[in-house]
Design a protein around this ligand. Structure first.
Ligand code: PTJ
Length: 265
């Protein structure tokens, strides 16, 4: 895999570093080509959002942490993009919330599941569900390879974490009575709209915050966790995200040019 050639002084160094990580993982088979397109869509929304975690996303993170902690069978569904960007955080989250990690792909191409499993094991995972024949159960309502699930994982889960998801499965999982936690920078996506809890934030910012929140709430009584969840409204969270984008664009439009020649962004 090739290394980076971008100077740290580049005003968009972090964004380029993330892109490079994804493109490197095209070579390893972890990331699907469509994953690059998906990332580009996410980046565009992040640009409008201001590339910061909003107070409303923090409330969604708290509700997500409480749901994972109250779950009997929490499962973290892992796709190529999320594995490439956050393997270590996924393992930390699984350990902190006692959740299982399951590889579940939209594009189940030869070798991809094994490549993702390796990445997760290298990051410290002891068990990875959903690889190869282990994904022997089917959710018939799902119209993609994502219908293949592990009978020890997503099939029996009561809470499923589905970062960077395509809408079809979220709807099917909700219909099955499961709590679905999504991370999606696009508040208009079907996933964002249909999930029980949507964290409108970049996965690279949201994951460390979610791990810390699970660690912080772990010692709380179940009653307190239930209150955190009942005080959260996904409708309000999505409205907040859209309002934030609208207000930011409005403020920037008033200014016109907002990038200065001497280094401002
Ligand atoms: O690895 P696979 O085969 O399971 O495929 C994974 C992708 C992501 C390609 C697949 O699930 C897909 O096609 O997803 P979509 O339908 O493009 O949806 C992905 C959503 O994630 C979009 O709404 C993007 O805005 C959002 N997104 C992309 N990058 C990020 C993001 N949200 C948060 N953080 C990101 N870094």
């Amino acid at each position: 895999m090739t290394g980076t050639h971008v100077s740290r002084k580049h005003p968009r160094a972090e964004s380029i570093r993330i892109r490079e990580r994804l493109t490197r993982h095209i070579e390893t088979g972890v990331v699907a080509l469509a994953g690059l397109i998906a990332h580009g869509r996410g980046e565009a929304f992040d640009y409008i959002l201001g590339e910061k975690t909003t107070p409303s996303a923090r409330r969604a993170i708290a509700a997500a942490a409480a749901s994972l902690l109250l779950a009997e069978h929490p499962v973290l569904s892992v796709n190529g993009n999320v594995a490439a960007l956050c393997a270590e955080e996924l393992v930390k989250l699984a350990k902190a919330s006692n959740a299982k990690l399951e590889v579940n792909l939209f594009h189940r191409l030869p070798g991809r599941e094994a490549a993702i499993e390796k990445l997760l094991r290298d990051a410290g995972a002891e068990e990875v569900l959903g690889v190869g024949d282990a994904a022997s159960a089917r959710i018939d309502e799902v119209n993609s390879d994502r219908r293949m699930v592990d009978p020890r994982g997503i099939l029996v889960a009561d809470v499923v974490f589905v970062p960077l998801e395509d809408g079809d499965r979220t709807e099917a999982l909700r219909r099955m009575g499961k709590t679905v936690i999504a991370v999606d920078l696009n508040p208009l996506s079907r996933t964002a709209q249909l999930a029980s809890i949507t964290i409108v934030d970049n996965i690279v910012r949201a994951m460390p915050l979610l791990v810390s929140e699970v660690e912080r709430l772990r010692v709380r009584r179940k009653e307190e966790l239930r209150t955190v969840i009942s005080e959260f409204s996904n409708e309000d969270a999505l409205s907040d995200a859209m309002r934030r984008m609208e207000e930011r664009l409005h403020a920037l439009a008033e200014k016109g040019v907002y990038i200065e020649l001497n280094g401002g962004r």
